[in-house]
Write a protein that binds this ligand. Structure first.
Ligand SMILES: [Zn+2]
Length: 257
């Protein structure tokens, strides 16, 4: 069983007591992903990838995800003004990550992998890790953390297969072929391809404005069309991410330090 919170506490205690457990912590967001998909892909995708990775490692457990993420931004997530998009402040996210990592370390865990599913979280995760490690050092605990965003493990070959007409970049993939394909593979009941709104990839000026201007965002809430998404692409994307992340984690934690 890979999901940590599904275990009873005594089983968890003995798994940690074996030493060398790797804790995978998915971090996502609740955010609209267009009219064709549920609002939880940024949580469900990194959690599923983490479970896949855990199955390939000797002693790994997937912590319950941090489901709420930093505020959706117009140019990467459509913006923070859509009904349903439910975000937290940067300092709340930093503190949540710090507290959760510190708590798992106090149970005896020393190896962590933070698996990000929502671009806007990125530097707040880094800050949470930094504060957690500093805090733990004062308690005499030295922990190691790997942090990553799953889409960085999609290989060039896979990009060419999934985006045969050309790849416009991860920033406009919000609600597009990447996330929709993964959701069709993992949770087809949460996707309705009949509701996909087909449109050209969004284009933005090289700056942001605040307050955000909703007219910058396609009416769908997606930043590119999911029309070409398929479950087969999702299966392929899942496999490259799981294999790539498992290899990176194995390499980091087995390397002498
Ligand atoms: Zn997303």
């Amino acid at each position: 069983m890979a999901k940590l919170a599904d275990l009873d506490w005594l089983t968890y205690e003995s798994r940690v007591g074996e030493g060398d457990a790797v804790i995978l912590l998915p971090i996502g967001a609740i955010e609209q992903h267009g009219p064709h998909m549920s609002m939880n892909p940024d949580v469900l995708i990194p959690e599923a990838i983490s479970v896949g990775v855990a199955r390939l490692l000797a002693n790994a457990l997937v912590a319950h995800p941090i489901a709420y993420g930093y505020k959706s931004q117009v140019k990467s997530g459509g913006g923070n003004f859509f009904p349903g998009t439910t975000c937290i402040n940067g300092k709340t996210l930093i503190d949540t990550i710090k507290d959760v990592v510190v708590a798992y370390a106090r149970h005896g865990n020393r190896k962590f992998v933070l698996v990000n599913g929502h671009y806007e979280n990125s530097m707040f995760i880094v800050e949470g890790i930094d504060l957690a490690l500093e805090h733990l050092r004062h308690e005499g605990i030295e922990a190691q953390v790997v942090v990553l965003s799953y889409w960085d493990f999609v290989t060039q070959d896979t990009i060419e297969t999934v985006f045969p007409d050309g790849f416009t970049g991860w920033d406009v993939e919000h609600g597009g072929v990447l996330e929709t394909s993964l959701m069709l593979h993992l949770h087809p009941e949460l996707v309705n391809m009949d509701k996909v709104m087909d449109h050209a990839p969004a284009t933005f000026p090289p700056y942001d404005v605040f307050p955000s201007d909703p007219s910058w965002v396609p009416a769908s809430g997606t930043l590119s069309s999911a029309r070409n998404a398929t479950a087969e692409f999702g299966e392929l994307l899942m496999a490259v991410c799981v294999e790539g992340i498992a290899a990176a984690v194995r390499e980091h934690f087995s390397a002498p330090r």
